[in-house]
Design a binder for this molecule. Structure first.
Ligand code: PLP
Length: 361
């Protein structure tokens, strides 16, 4: 059986390969441009020194990042992907029996982090548009709550929270509650959508912003992310952080990737156009596709298990959202223009016959 995670081994080609060429992976919100060439070269060069342990402080990457963000290096915690920042935060702040609040349709790692620290995970019903209902989340906070996870934009729904509302939420929390603002997709925001969350970190000692090199920077397989927090809080994360959690090639690649602003700009432009292409194509097929601020869209296809399987048969892996409580939906990562076309063609082919018949010619 072909699955999204199946990888051909030792030169063997999977069934999808034989029928349709290599599996088109659009299930994990990676960058279709790959990684910046400078990052690839830096990682390859860093292999030479990888018989030694990595720099446990990640000093060079933190220095470059700190300068970029306008904070001191001790405001930064490096993680093996931002997933590790998410779990370290729960480990640092939440004791067994205490509570973590997040929104329905939130990233899967929030629940895993709650399980890891034996906390109660309170998932607050989303608003009508699948987005965070901040008023309901505020109301769900009780005396046992220690941490709130908020993803902006959210995965898998693509929602973006209005910055003024988000700031108001952060500014009016009980003193024992911290917020982890998960900005894994922040580089994809348009200039009009951007807001200065690092400035909020300067103002609020209980705010942590988590970001990653996995998405727009194209380094998903190298596993590098970071948290930004004031040193009193960041120091607690750093104290728990495994000493060598980011490898030497990963540190080198992330540092080089930060230099390549042209790559980031190209990734951004490609994403805006591709997301629009997918949204318009879905609309033309009569499929619901809410606006997304990330590098993915969510599409309502009805029998998602069937459509997912049909797409796999055509050599395209997208993400079913049953585990998120969205059984009729698929999440499609934005690809290159021709890849997006393949997705749309596969969606058109997989539609129920009745829907296809009512299609205008
Ligand atoms: C909302 C969100 N946060 C965090 C992550 C974690 O990414 P990584 O651990 O690769 O940095 C992801 C990855 O898909 C995500 O969608």
């Amino acid at each position: 059986m072909i699955t999204a995670s199946s990888t051909p081994q030792d030169g063997a080609r999977s069934t999808a390969d034989q029928a349709t060429g290599p599996l088109l992976e659009l299930a994990a919100n990676e960058n279709p441009l790959g990684m910046p060439s400078g990052a690839r070269e830096a990682a390859a060069a860093a292999l030479a020194g990888s018989d030694r342990y990595p720099d446990p402080t990640g000093a060079r990457l933190r220095a470059v990042l700190a300068q970029r963000l306008g904070v001191a290096p001790d405001w930064l915690t490096l993680g093996s992907g931002s997933s590790e920042i998410l779990t370290l935060t729960a480990q640092a702040l939440v004791s067994p029996g205490q509570a973590i609040v997040s929104s329905q349709y939130g990233f899967v790692v929030y629940g895993q982090a709650a399980t890891l620290v034996h906390a109660r995970h309170v998932q607050v019903p989303a608003g009508a548009d699948f987005g965070h209902d901040l008023a309901a989340m505020r109301a769900a906070i009780d005396g046992q709550t220690r941490l709130v996870y908020i993803a902006n934009p959210n995965n898998p729904t693509g929602n973006l929270i209005d910055p003024a509302q988000l700031l108001d939420f952060v500014a009016h929390l009980p003193p024992q509650v911290s917020v982890l603002l998960d900005e894994a997709y922040t580089e994809y925001l348009t200039p009009q959508q951007r807001y200065d969350s690092i400035d909020w970190v300067r103002r609020f000692p209980r705010l942590i912003v988590a970001r990653t090199f996995s998405k727009a920077y194209g380094l998903a397989g190298l596993r590098v992310g970071y948290g930004v927090a004031q040193p009193a809080l960041g120091g607690r994360l750093n104290a728990l952080r495994p000493r060598f959690n980011v490898t030497t090639p990963a540190l080198a690649a992330a540092t080089a990737a930060l230099e390549d602003t042209d790559f980031l700009a190209r990734s951004h432009a490609l994403n805006v156009a591709g997301r629009d292409q997918l949204a318009r194509g879905c609309q033309a097929l009569g499929l619901r596709c809410p606006p997304s601020a990330g590098n993915f869209v969510m599409v309502e296809v009805g029998d998602a298990a069937r459509v997912h399987a049909a797409m796999l048969q055509q050599g395209i892996a997208v993400s079913p959202l049953q585990a998120y409580g969205l059984p009729g939906w698929l999440r499609v990562s934005v690809g290159l223009p021709e890849q997006n076309e393949r997705v749309l063609a596969a969606l058109a082919a997989a539609r129920p016959a009745a829907a296809a018949r009512t299609d205008p010619a």
